[in-house]
Every structure is written in C-alpha cells, then in structure tokens.
Ligand binder design. Sequence first.
Ligand code: AMP
Length: 177
Amino acid sequence: MASFDDFKFNRQLLNAIADAGYTEPTPIQQKAIPPILNGQDVMGIAQTGTGKTAAYVLPLVMKLKYAQGESPRALIVSPTRELAMQIEQNIQKYAVYTDLRAVVLYGGIGPKTQIEQVKKGVDIIVATPGRFMDIYLAGHIHTKGLQILVLDEADKMMDMGFMPQINRILEVVPVKR
Ligand code: AMP
C-alpha cells in the first residue's frame, strides 16, 4: 500500500494530511507528487474527485515551506471563480501548520480588496486569467519571483477561450519555473 511517508514531506504537511483524514495518496497523487517535488513539469489528466487538487497543492506547500518576502512564488490559474475558491480552501487546509499566505483573485467584484491583500505580501496567488492580468497590468503583482505555475483545468480554459490570456500570463512568468 502506498503511503504519504514515501514522499519527503515535512512534519507540518504530514500533520495536515493526517488532520484531513487521508490514509494513502490517490493514484494521481502517487504519480504526480514525486516529479513535482523534483522540479519537473507535470501534465496530469484526472477527473474531479480523484484528489487532483492535493496532487499539486501538497508538493507546492512542501516546496514553498513558509512565508517569504512580498512577491508571490506560486501562481495557480483557474477557469472559474468557484474552482479558484475551492483551490484556496485546499491551500488553507494543507498549509494550516505553516504561515504561507494565499490570496484568491477573481472578477465579478471590485478589485480594491484583492489589490490590498496582494500588497500585504503573498506567497501563493490563485486567480482567474482575466482578473490576474488586470491586477498585473495595474502594476500590483511582481512576477519575477514566480517559481511555480499551475494551470488547473487547462483544457477547460482553452474551451472557454482563455488562450490569449494564458499566453500573456506565460509571457510575464519567468521562463525557469
Ligand atoms: P479533487 O479531485 O481535488 O476535487 O478532490 C476530491 C476530494 O478528495 C476532496 O474532498 C479531497 O479532500 C479528497 N482527497 C484528496 N486527497 C485524498 C486522499 N489522499 N485520501 C482521501 N481523500 C482525498
């Protein structure tokens, strides 16, 4: 039986996983976590309900470890506000024993509060493509420090016509990530 102890996770993460009640990694987690921890680019295909969010959030929390500086080190792009909020809840759950700071940026409401959160300093940004670009172009997000980029439901983002925004995001993210 596969175990979370097979990954080189730290105590903070293993405790959060235990709190969540997970006893073993799901198949997508078994396949994706080792190469992500190794710094490789990974493309995963898995249905909702398979633990796909934890498959990238767990190694992301492991790699970032604790709050550092002002600028984000990870960017997670999501096609919808609902998914962005779910991802942020996952981050809160798995990062509960760390001081990592996550903010979620999406449209449909004014950007003022979101900009204020970003300016306080942030480690992880979860965002829909359009709102991310708006706040970036307004000069509030420094992308130089981004080390990790996740495109969640990339296929859906393409179907929804987000490709131009995704390409612009790829242009402003450092190449080595
Ligand atoms: P997702 O596929 O990311 O939408 O996750 C579906 C559900 O699976 C969520 O409610 C997670 O909390 C849960 N989950 C994720 N990883 C595990 C695991 N290793 N064992 C049991 N449940 C999990």
